[in-house]
Design a protein around this ligand. Structure first.
Ligand SMILES: [Zn+2]
Length: 81
């Protein structure tokens, strides 16, 4: 598929990372309710291109989620039906 430069149909949503935008918003593994915004309903981490986070913060989120899982604040995956 060839992308026409004129009409950008690519989904480059130039969304600014919400953590960069709001410095008071901290990534904490002790905040599973917040971290839950970054996982699918099945408990998987939402990829950066969808979450819109920058690499730095996406990494922090991934680490926080893993830590939260470790201390059982979050599930690894929800139980498969
Ligand atoms: Zn960021």
């Amino acid at each position: 598929m060839v992308w026409d430069k004129g009409k950008s149909k690519t989904f480059y949503r130039r969304k600014v990372c919400r953590f960069c935008a709001d410095k008071t918003f901290d990534i904490e593994y002790k905040e599973p309710n917040m971290l839950r915004n970054f996982v699918t309903e099945r408990g998987k981490i939402i990829p950066r291109r969808i979450s819109g986070n920058c690499a730095k913060h996406q990494r922090k989120i991934a680490v926080a989620i893993k830590r939260a899982r470790n201390v059982a604040l979050m599930p690894y995956t929800t139980i498969d039906q």
